[in-house]
Ligand binder design. Structure first.
Ligand code: ZN
Length: 105
């Protein structure tokens, strides 16, 4: 999908329409964004798991890519950031839309 590099949007800080630079945020994995979430590697390590010999079937689920329902959806929702050109503050989009490939021009 083609998207403009600069769009005019309402800035909640300036309280008027200004031109914004658009940036697509990279999709980091769950382990990076939610380091302490349930089932994360760090939590397993804190309670004494993920060490030594054998894991009693706790973290040997295998590679995600080999799971049956892995990646059924071919597209991902966008995560755009808008940077105001006047106050240099950035804000996020309200809700993402599905797009296979984002192309900025
Ligand atoms: Zn602004």
């Amino acid at each position: 999908m083609k998207f403009k590099k600069e769009v005019k949007r309402h800035c909640p800080y300036c309280k008027k329409h200004t031109s914004h630079k658009v940036k697509q945020e990279k999709n980091r994995g769950k382990n990076k964004t939610h380091t302490m979430s349930r089932g994360s590697r760090l939590r397993i390590r804190l309670r004494g798991g993920d060490r030594g010999f054998g894991n009693k079937g706790k973290i040997s689920a295998g590679a995600m890519t080999k799971w049956k329902r892995f990646n059924k959806k071919r597209t991902k929702k966008t995560d755009l950031r808008y940077l105001c050109s006047e106050c240099r503050k950035s804000h996020i989009q309200k809700s993402g839309f599905r797009a296979g490939k984002m192309q900025f021009e």
